[in-house]
Design a protein around this ligand. Structure first.
Ligand code: ADE
Length: 224
């Protein structure tokens, strides 16, 4: 998979993509992630990328030209499955959307800032709009990092134990069962007996029951 990210703040991605599983996925070439600074595409002498909104009002609006020029360059090199804009008014991101996007070849993400982007970007250049939740972040960078993380870990070969993505919470509309490790007793707090029994079939049955109980209690909406 190839991911291109258009941003005014490329440094914000250093840490989320520079450690742990995503770093290894990049090293293994399961995914390539390229960051593009939108400011490099402005034709204005002052290097400006934003302007006051027509009609007035507080906040700056990201201009269409540098965004379009950057996208034009990338689109001449690759065909994109989706060109995604992160915005609190987009479609709510969930595991199903992560699964769907993880099967794609080329994805482009546009991170907005300030008051957002000129609406014509959304009308003419964007193919999908995603929100990661009903709250407002300072910009699309952290939201993009969340979406990219959720997608990349699903690419075959990225997780060492491939079945572990299949048993994630939400994959079958159920929350994952609890997990325990050594010691089997700590401060008198004991691990459920069944997990120490060695009966694999019974353990799986117990885990499934726990998943259902947890989902009923914590996320009954998933069972509908
Ligand atoms: N940009 C700002 N807030 C956001 C959110 N909640 N989801 C996606 N992009 C955003």
């Amino acid at each position: 998979m190839h991911i291109d990210i258009l941003t005014l703040f490329p440094n914000m991605f250093e840490s989320p993509f520079g450690d742990s599983i995503i770093k290894r996925a990049i090293e293994k070439k399961a995914v390539a992630i390229d960051l593009h600074n939108i400011r490099d595409y402005t034709l204005s002498k002052q290097k400006s990328v934003d302007e006051y909104a027509f009609g007035g009002g507080a906040g700056m609006v990201m201009q269409i030209e540098p965004i379009d020029l950057c996208m034009e360059k990338l689109k001449a090199e690759k065909d994109y499955d989706e060109i995604i804009y992160l915005s609190p008014d987009g479609e709510l991101f969930d595991q199903k959307m992560a699964n769907m996007l993880s099967t794609k070849k080329n994805l482009m993400f546009l991170c907005g800032h300030y008051k957002g982007v000129d609406e014509r970007v959304r009308e003419h250049l964007i193919t999908k709009e995603i929100s990661i939740g009903d709250y407002v972040l300072t910009g699309g960078e952290l939201a993009t990092a969340v979406v990219v993380d959720a997608i990349v870990r699903l690419i075959p070969g990225v997780l060492s134990d491939e079945t572990s993505a299949l048993s994630d919470s939400f994959q079958d509309d159920l929350i994952s069962p609890p997990v325990y490790t050594r010691p089997s007793e700590y401060k008198g707090w004991k691990v459920p007996e069944i997990l120490l029994s060695g009966h694999q079939a019974k353990i799986e049955e117990w885990r499934h029951e726990q998943s259902i109980e947890r989902t009923k209690k914590r996320r009954p909406d998933l069972l509908k």
